[in-house]
Design a protein around this ligand. Structure first.
Ligand code: SAJ
Length: 407
């Protein structure tokens, strides 16, 4: 039996996937409300294919509990934010989860950490917890790092098809855990040591952050000299060895905007491109605000109350608002004492998160003259005609109506 600890964006689909493939699974989360919702037969976030996977896992007997289980395998998938002051990984959720696991864990069990952590975190924080309980790692308890790699929006597919990394102290343990993941994972599973697995995962997200920062910097350069950045990137990418990502209003989410900071925090003075990229991407919400200001001027608009922001989530077709560029823009407006008037709408955000938030596209559009497209949800792509006659700033390159402004 596997006890998956943490039933959020990573833990839940992982637990469901194991269960759907015939592994006995109990999912545990300290959030009782979340566990109750799952036990009522409902998923807790929107994701393509998740509901179907949930039904399959339930039919195969997955259980959810807020209590840790005594079993021979634990998969820890809890958040690892970064500490904003030190820029280092905040391992407190991992530490708490492993402490709780150790309170019920029998000899011979394997503890797999799926949460993304900076290189050295497992040695520094996790090993001592296990050893302080009198266990010898490698003899009494096996410790493994199997960082997740799935992308929100396509998680269920990627869980099955992506390649994975398994970091372990020995090849034997690595192969044992690899066999378990092979129950559903059709991608290549590479076995390596724990530190290499930790570093590789952070490097992957940092690479993407730097590539997006390059695209965003190009957008600023092209804006300053009236060139079309999208056309330039489209043509450049036809080169067989060039693959530039797409500029946007900023990098949000809990991964790409966070993980590079681990390297900046741990390797000050060495992580220079990484730091520059982070600053460029974090500066994009302010760049969009400046664009809004200039476009309003150009169109003789003075009432911020007639401006509407489309999209509150960090990217398209997900309901996750963590580190969202739109929220960063609204915070920045608050700081500049011009918050509270602009209108906001997102079809995926049902709760009221910010002032003047709408829950219906038509009423939102009826109340604004200037629409800023910040997220490319399918909903707006399918309703572009409704923007006709409005001033539009498209930060995602999804609107092709005449007169559309771009980044
Ligand atoms: N973005 C752009 N331009 C692009 C691509 C993305 O501005 O061309 C923005 C998005 O709008 C979003 C942010 O970047 O705000 C991040 O989105 P994303 O889709 O690039 O990535 P995440 O954060 O949803 O998921 C990433 C993935 N990592 C990589 O592709 C290397 C995923 O595979 C990881 O599992 C995930 O981080 C994670 O959990 O670490």
């Amino acid at each position: 039996m596997i006890n998956v600890v943490g039933l959020g964006y990573i833990g839940l689909p992982t637990a469901l996937m194991f269960a759907a493939h015939g592994v006995e699974v109990v999912g545990t989360d300290y959030n009782k409300e979340l566990v109750d919702t799952l036990n009522e037969g409902k998923t807790t976030f929107e994701e393509d294919g998740l509901d179907e996977l949930f039904q399959e896992a339930v039919s195969k007997g997955i259980r959810f509990s807020h209590e840790y289980q005594s079993t021979d395998m634990y998969i820890v998938a809890v958040p690892t934010p970064y500490d904003k002051a030190s820029k280092k990984v905040d391992a407190s959720y991992v530490v708490k989860a492993v402490q709780n696991v150790m309170s019920v864990c029998p000899k011979g069990a394997t503890v797999v950490i799926e949460s993304t952590v900076s290189p050295g975190t497992i040695n520094k924080y996790v090993r001592p917890i296990i050893e302080s309980d009198g266990f010898t790692i490698g003899e009494d308890i096996n410790l493994v790092h199997a960082p997740e790699r799935i992308i929100p929006g396509n998680m269920v597919y990627e869980l099955k098809h992506n390649s994975r990394t398994i970091g372990a102290d020995s090849l034997e343990i690595g192969e044992k855990v690899k066999a378990l993941y092979s129950s559903f994972c059709q991608g290549e599973i590479v076995v390596t040591d724990i530190r290499t697995a930790e570093m590789t995962k952070v490097v992957e997200n940092t690479f993407r952050d730097i590539n997006i920062a390059f695209a965003n910097e190009l957008a600023k350069i092209c804006r300053s000299d009236n060139m079309d950045v999208y056309e330039i990137i489209r043509i450049a990418n036809k080169h067989p060895r060039v693959n530039i990502l797409t500029p946007g209003p900023g990098v949000g989410g809990h991964c790409i905007s966070v993980d590079p900071w681990f390297l900046v925090g741990d390797y000050p003075g060495l992580a220079n491109i990484i730091l520059a990229a982070r600053k460029i991407n974090d500066g994009m919400p302010d760049f969009v605000l400046e664009r809004i200001h200039n476009i309003m001027k150009e169109n003789n608009m003075t009432d911020v109350g007639r401006v509407g922001l489309y999209g509150l989530t960090y990217k398209e077709n997900v309901d996750d608002t963590r580190e969202s560029p739109t929220l960063q823009m609204l915070e920045s407006m608050e700081r500049h004492l011009c918050g509270g008037q602009i209108k906001v709408y997102d079809p995926y955000v049902k709760k009221d998160l910010v002032p003047n938030q709408y829950h219906d596209l038509d009423s939102f559009l009826a109340d604004v003259d200037f629409v800023v497209l910040l997220v490319g949800h399918d909903e707006i792509r399918e309703n572009m005609d409704k923007l006709k006659g409005k001033v539009v700033l498209d930060t995602r390159h999804i609107c092709f109506l005449d007169g559309t402004y771009r980044l």
